[in-house]
Design a protein around this ligand. Structure first.
Ligand SMILES: [Zn+2]
Length: 461
């Protein structure tokens, strides 16, 4: 008899951790960190709800922190078996986890200095050393090939089209005939999204574990490349620099890809693009190496316009290269992180570019409350940065629609070919989104749908 326990991403969108048990095997699918409001982040500090040493394997759908960020903690607690994922996932996870350890260590140091932590001394959830020990366990596994993380559990990866290296996981529990079949959707990507393939069709299964991030919402209509084209053209007319705020991994590469395509189709001039974020530069290098995930059907790029590269695409890693961009005259494009402008190199660029009306600052869609991005979106006339009030005279534009997540419409399209499973578990969604999708699937398909609570266990038979 098999069972599944939802140790994360249950009625929330972060902390993905699903413990699958069958025979004597205990396999964890994803090992994500809880992110967002303090109440959620505190869950990372509660005692881990399973014995890390008892796990036979961890299998990762993709590299995002909410799917991998707790793994070094589990390793710190004694897990030392294999971690299965695609080669691109392991390359991106290395970047993401090392960065996460750095943030953890910095936060602990800061809390100790200021003395505001309940814990004396404040400790990081894990450090760089724990991440190094974690990376040693990674076992690169290609898509489409069956592997067994622990008998009698067998698995196979299929492209989820959500991030470089991202997968859904087909599972067979082979201690019965016919085997019990499960499908973990991972994060489902979008149809016709830039750079990635469409999500692979779902395989028939007895139990489906499906994300529901956008279970009750659709992305704004309209073509992202046309929106970007228009924003670039307006920026060129203004004559200044166009500053694009972007997440370092995934979004930045999609933006370069779209800009390169627009150039190739002569829809925008051949402007120089500066990618100014060490993490985004490293991620771009990984994207260039793993072109098996690139969907070029939108318009093949050629030697003169290679994907994510070319004479006009500059990766600025060093601090002095970044500072030199202060002297850059437009028209030109700077892509920098962080996406919501809460920190990172973009803050320096904002200080330099916001006061001049010829410049353009482009926000990438949703900006969380309290961030500089939200303040600019709200049309505030000045923004405080490094203790100085900086006037906002630059044009503020928004290009939305670059989410890597399937929306409600995409999820329903993805689920359509699936034969009725015995039960569907909806995870990775706020209660509103998950319950709305549950209701839709129950009423239109007649499916039995559950929205599990955190820590809830279900027998699979
Ligand atoms: Zn994701």
């Amino acid at each position: 008899m098999a069972k599944i326990t939802f140790h994360g991403a249950a009625r929330t969108v972060t902390g993905s951790k699903y413990l699958l048990e069958a025979g004597n095997a205990r396999v964890l699918i994803d090992c994500g960190m809880f992110q967002g409001p303090k109440k959620l982040r505190e869950r990372n500090w509660q005692p881990t709800p399973f014995d890390a040493k008892s796990l036979d394997a961890v299998v990762l759908t993709h590299a995002h922190l909410d799917h991998t960020g707790f793994l070094p903690r589990v390793v710190k607690e004694g897990f030392n078996r294999r971690v299965f994922c695609t080669p691109a996932t392991s390359a991106l996870a290395e970047l993401i986890l090392l960065d996460s350890a750095k943030i953890q260590e910095y936060d602990a140091k800061y809390a100790n200095k200021k003395g505001f932590s309940k814990h004396k001394p404040a400790m990081p959830l894990y450090d760089g050393n724990d991440v190094k020990n974690t990376l040693k366990l990674f076992c690169n596994t290609p898509r489409g090939k069956w592997f067994s993380p622990a008998e009698p559990i067998w698995m196979r990866f299929h492209d989820a089209g959500h991030l470089l290296g991202s997968n859904m996981i087909e599972v067979e529990i082979r201690d019965q005939d016919p085997p019990l079949r499960l499908l973990f959707s991972g994060d489902v990507g979008r149809y016709d999204g830039p750079l990635y393939h469409d999500p692979a069709p779902p395989v028939d299964c007895d139990y489906l574990i499906c994300e529901s991030t956008y279970g009750n919402r659709d992305h704004p209509k309209g073509d992202i490349s046309t929106a970007l084209e228009e924003v670039v053209q307006r920026s060129v007319e203004r004559g200044g620099v166009m500053l694009l705020a972007s997440f370092a991994i995934g979004r930045a590469q999609q933006l370069i890809y779209l800009l390169q395509l627009l150039k190739k189709e002569n829809r925008i001039p051949d402007l120089p693009i500066y990618l100014d974020s060490p993490m985004a530069c490293n991620a771009t290098k990984i994207y260039r190496q793993h072109n098996e995930d690139h969907d070029l059907s939108e318009g093949e790029l050629d030697e003169e316009h290679p994907i994510l590269a070319g004479p006009q695409v500059h990766l600025t890693r060093k601090v002095d290269e970044s500072k030199a961009l202060n002297h850059l005259e437009g028209p030109a494009i700077i892509i920098s992180s962080s996406g919501m402008m809460t920190g990172g190199r973009i803050v320096h660029h904002l200080k330099r570019r916001l006061p001049e009306a010829k410049n353009t600052v482009v926000l990438g869609g949703f900006m969380a409350y309290g961030t500089r991005g939200r303040r600019l979106q709200n049309g505030e006339k000045s923004i405080r940065m490094h203790g100085i009030k900086v006037p906002v005279r630059a044009a503020i534009e928004t290009v939305s629609g670059l989410s890597g997540h399937a929306d409600r419409k995409d999820l329903l399209r993805w689920l359509k070919p699936l034969a009725k499973p015995r039960c569907v578990f909806l995870t990775h969604g706020e209660p509103d989104g998950a319950e709305a999708l549950a209701e839709t699937l129950a009423s239109t398909q007649g499916w039995d749908v559950q929205v599990p609570d955190l820590g809830e266990t279900f027998q699979l038979e």
